[in-house]
Write a protein that binds this ligand. Sequence first.
Ligand code: ATP
Ligand code: ATP
Ligand code: MG
Ligand code: MG
Lengths: 256, 256
Amino acid sequence: MGRIISIANQKGGVGKTTTAVNLSAALAVAEKRVLLIDLDPQGNATSGMGVTLEEDQQTIYDLMIGSADLDAVKVTTQVPFLELVPASIKLVGAEVELVNVPERESVLRRALEGRLTDYDYVFIDSPPSLGLLTLNGLTLANSVMVPIQCEYYALEGLSKLLNTVRLVQRQLNPSLTIEGAVLTMFDNRLNLSRQVAEEIRTYFAGKVFDIPIQRNVRLSEAPSYGMPVILYDATSRGAENYLALAEEMLAYDSAP
Amino acid sequence: MGRIISIANQKGGVGKTTTAVNLSAALAVAEKRVLLIDLDPQGNATSGMGVTLEEDQQTIYDLMIGSADLDAVKVTTQVPFLELVPASIKLVGAEVELVNVPERESVLRRALEGRLTDYDYVFIDSPPSLGLLTLNGLTLANSVMVPIQCEYYALEGLSKLLNTVRLVQRQLNPSLTIEGAVLTMFDNRLNLSRQVAEEIRTYFAGKVFDIPIQRNVRLSEAPSYGMPVILYDATSRGAENYLALAEEMLAYDSAP
Ligand SMILES: Nc1ncnc2c1ncn2[C@@H]1O[C@H](COP(=O)(O)OP(=O)(O)OP(=O)(O)O)[C@@H](O)[C@H]1O
Ligand SMILES: Nc1ncnc2c1ncn2[C@@H]1O[C@H](COP(=O)(O)OP(=O)(O)OP(=O)(O)O)[C@@H](O)[C@H]1O
Ligand SMILES: [Mg+2]
Ligand SMILES: [Mg+2]
């Protein structure tokens, strides 16, 4: 049975989508079967994978309101072993439409429960909020991975995020664990980066992935070509960092 | 009568708070009377101004649910001429609590209408979404300023943002205009930055502020000292850029 990992942080622009897209691709390159679920109405993970939606393509929205199942919404990508459940702006409507649905936080889990056994890894990209969409991802997931930008404002929201995780563990999904924090946009030349990284390592004691993802322009260029960085520039530091992060996860998962 | 400007973009991490805090401070330094309203439950504008809330301090939340008025919630800051309406995590509750209030998008306008005449400029920092809080800001405002990071993902959400602005103009606030786009985190050495800046200038034809805000580490260090960059390092490029942006606005406002 595979691992289902929500990538979440309500702070905006910390590298959630960049991590979801590039970690998924790095594991697929290692021939793990991966499903990437785009749960953000911005649809950045969808375009970051180079997927453009046909007029009649059903998306995560249709899955959540119950008018389509996984087979109807999932699409293949240019990366072998990596499939995607795309999102579009229609997903904004789900937050409002689900407000009166009983157990609205577990709509996604009910739609996918037992249907994810084909995959070794499932990653869920969340929007920059702790609203209904992110909660649905946390309720489906076995663990949550928290990308944290090495900057001051990114530290401020951590206690709220961990409170939300505890709430989900208590009321919606007792099996949810914390996968760990991933340092993003790390720049070793900056005092600020090193100081914040230090604080994060203290705050998440022992639950921070060894590899910081360094600031690397290739990572921000790749989405404009609709590719994960591994396809765009496999020799870049960004590609190296995400491949190393994937290896760290694989080593952890295969340890006795 | 002063100008009320919403700073909005649903894309996360594009520099909304950095622009709200530093543009407010730059105009206050020019002895304009400025009010900064923090409408984001993350409360980054509040901490970015170095304001820590006492146990009983009322905030924007109390203003919106009607249990306090402007005089009770506004606080002075370390910058003369600049006052703040702070936010705290309690604001998350407002989105849910206001769902059944009639005309819930204009709660903030009703609470503040006619009470902002003491100020030359009022800036509203929005969360990374187009939900009820951002809509309340757009309904109160005379214009909207859009910070846009010079990166690919930041381009994707623009049409959705402008659709929302048009919706607000049609249904909630006919006097809302587009103040313009502000290029943020611009790095002249990167092709990506220059290309995206070019696309933004085409997209917003004529409505882009001349001065791009350049990537400058002083801007990301200042919040950890609870200061706008003008107090933290007045000689930095970040401070120069926001002072120039303030001058551009003042020149525009005083033009015959
Ligand atoms: N390590 C990195 N080096 C350089 N640029 C990066 C890096 N990681 C992400 N970026 C860029 O920073 C911006 C923000 O990243 P991204 O969009 O992945 O964050 P996010 O948390 O998903 O944002 P949102 O909160 O809007 O969903 C993007 O333009 C992305 O290309
Ligand atoms: N011009 C700049 N140069 C360097 N760093 C910057 C610049 N502008 C903003 N930053 C930093 O980038 C990060 C994102 O900026 P900021 O928090 O202002 O964006 P935001 O749009 O308000 O984010 P959110 O969507 O979470 O509200 C912050 O850590 C900030 O300090
Ligand atoms: Mg994202
Ligand atoms: Mg902000």
